[in-house]
Design a protein around this ligand. Structure first.
Ligand SMILES: [Zn+2]
Length: 95
């Protein structure tokens, strides 16, 4: 029998503000046949629709798509979480 020790640790869930990560909601579209995908700002839904139409134009047998609204999240250690101290130390080393 395996025994586990569970400890309470504080984590914070929020938007992922990592540079390069889109901050606005995205519209992700994936071809149901080959898996090729695109992602555009949700405000530009027409661009996602155009991509699907063009994709089927290039590959006439690829006619199904999966579309989803995407936002990026990050779970970060906070408070007394030991990982918070490590991230602070790493940040000091980096800059
Ligand atoms: Zn395809």
């Amino acid at each position: 029998m395996t025994r586990s020790i569970l400890r309470h640790a504080a984590w914070h869930l929020g938007a992922d503000t990592t540079p390069g990560i889109p901050q606005d909601p995205q519209c992700a579209v994936q071809c149901g046949t080959c898996g090729e995908r695109t992602e555009v700002p949700a405000a530009s839904r027409e661009a996602a629709e155009d991509w699907a139409l063009e994709h089927t134009g290039k590959h006439p047998t690829h006619q199904t798509y999966r579309a989803a609204r995407v936002t990026y999240w990050r779970v970060s250690p906070t408070g007394a979480n030991p990982y918070a101290k490590k991230e602070e130390a790493d940040a000091r080393k980096a800059g």
